[in-house]
Design a protein around this ligand. Structure first.
Ligand SMILES: NC(=O)c1ccc[n+]([C@@H]2O[C@H](COP(=O)([O-])OP(=O)(O)OC[C@H]3O[C@@H](n4cnc5c(N)ncnc54)[C@H](OP(=O)(O)O)[C@@H]3O)[C@@H](O)[C@H]2O)c1
Length: 249
C-alpha cells in the first residue's frame, strides 16, 4: 500500500492532542493525498494544506455531521481522541469514569456508526483505533481509564469481524506510555509521539492488525507468557495501605 497512500484521504480525530498532531504530520510526510484534522476545536498548528472539521466524538450528531461532509472520500479514519482521569478506585469519581467511557468507548462506537457505511459501500478503508496496552491488564492507578480501553479493544475486535468481509481493515494501536499531556504525571520511560506516529503510518501501510510500539512490545510478550504475573505486577504499583474509599460523584 506504500504507493497507494498517495491516493488516500486520511481523517485524524483528536488532532489537537500530542499523538494526534504527530499522526497528522506523519501522514502528510508519507504523501497522503489529503489529511483532515478533526476535533472539538482546531489545533493551534496545522501543516500546510491540512483542513479541519469539527467533531465531538461524544455526540453522535456531531460525528454524523462530520461524516456527512467527508466520509465519501476518507479511506483512513484514525481515532486518536481520548481522556484519562488517572484515578484509582479508592479515589473514585463516578462522573469522570462515565466521561472516560463516553469518549474512549462510546466515542469509538459513534465513529464506527458514522463512517463504516461509506467504507462498506466502497469496499475499502482502514479504521485506526488508539487504544492502550493497558486494555489487556488493568493498572489500578488509572483503573477506570484501563476499563474503558478494555471495552474499546473488545469493540475494535467486533469492528474488525464485521468489516473484514467488506475489505475494510481495523488496526489497533496499543502503546505503553507516550510523552504527551495525558501522561505528564507518569514517571515511567515515555515513547516519543513522533516515533509512535511514524510507526502507525508504517503499520497502516503494511496492514498490521495490532501494533504494540516501543516498550508495549515487551509487555505484550510478558502477557502472552504469564498474564496473571502482569496483573499482579501492575497491582503492586498501588501504594500499600493508602485506600481511603472517598467517593465523589
Ligand atoms: N499518552 C499516553 O501515554 C497514551 C498511551 C496509550 C494510549 N494513549 C491514547 O492515545 C490517544 C491520544 O492520546 P494523547 O496522549 O495524544 O492525549 P492528549 O494529548 O490528551 O490528546 C487527547 C485528544 O483527544 C481529544 N478529545 C478529547 N475528548 C474529545 C471529544 N469528546 N471529542 C473529540 N476529541 C476529543 C482532545 O481534544 P481537545 O483538545 O478538544 O481536548 C485531544 O485532541 C488517546 O486515545 C489515549 O488514550 C495515550
Amino acid at each position: 500500500m506504500s504507493n497507494q497512500i498517495q491516493e488516500k484521504s486520511v481523517l485524524v480525530i483528536g488532532a489537537s492532542g500530542g499523538i494526534g498532531a504527530e499522526i497528522v504530520r506523519a501522514f502528510v510526510q508519507a504523501g497522503a493525498r489529503e489529511v483532515i484534522a478533526a476535533g472539538r476545536k482546531p489545533p493551534r498548528h496545522l501543516p500546510e494544506g491540512v483542513g479541519f472539521i469539527e467533531m465531538d466524538v461524544v455526540s453522535p450528531e456531531s460525528v454524523r455531521r462530520a461524516a456527512a461532509q467527508v466520509a465519501d472520500k476518507v479511506s483512513i479514519v484514525v481515532n486518536s481522541s481520548g481522556i484519562n482521569e488517572g484515578r484509582r478506585l479508592s479515589d473514585i469519581d463516578l462522573a469522570g469514569a462515565r466521561r472516560e467511557m463516553e469518549v474512549n468507548y462510546f466515542g469509538l462506537l459513534n465513529v464506527y456508526e458514522a463512517f463504516a457505511p461509506a467504507m462498506r459501500a466502497r469496499k475499502e478503508g482502514t479504521f485506526v483505533n488508539l487504544l492502550s496496552v493497558l486494555a489487556h491488564a488493568n493498572l489500578p492507578l488509572m483503573a477506570t481509564y484501563c476499563a474503558s480501553k478494555a471495552a474499546a479493544l473488545s469493540l475494535t475486535q467486533a469492528m474488525r469481524a464485521e468489516l473484514a468481509g467488506f475489505g475494510v481493515r481495523v488496526c489497533a494501536i496499543l502503546p505503553a506510555v507516550v510523552d504527551t499531556a495525558m501522561s505528564s504525571a507518569a514517571s515511567s520511560p515515555k515513547m516519543s509521539p513522533i516515533e509512535l506516529a511514524d510507526e502507525i503510518v508504517e503499520g497502516v501501510i503494511n496492514g498490521v492488525e495490532d501494533l504494540y510500539p516501543g516498550t508495549a512490545a515487551q509487555l505484550r510478550i510478558a502477557l502472552q507468557k504469564d498474564w496473571k504475573a502482569v496483573e499482579r505486577s501492575l497491582a503492586a504499583r498501588l501504594p500499600p495501605g493508602s485506600c481511603t474509599h472517598a467517593r465523589r460523584d
